[in-house]
Design a protein. Sequence first.
Length: 108
Amino acid sequence: MINFSRGDVVLVDLGMAAKVRPAVVVSISNPDTQRRMVVVVPMTTEIRKGECEINFPKPPWLKQPCVVNLLGIAGVDSSRIERFLGVFPSKPMQEISFGLIRLLGLNQ
């Protein structure tokens, strides 16, 4: 079993119409010993400039600019991750953390 770490960028099958897309792992490594799951937020090219989108510099392995869509947060089985793409930059990763705190009301 491959363990993924917070900040890893992976190619994941999100099922249904969501298709296979890059996503950022936001959970800690091996968050639940009984399940092989990770929590991810997907990247999308549909940039709407919303409060739940995180901008970041386009890495060379992406074809076009995109944003991280915090509203797409999902728990996925590790077997649905097709491959590791890279590591997300630290400054935008902090923005993801702050955005999830706001989105989930964890600072109240």
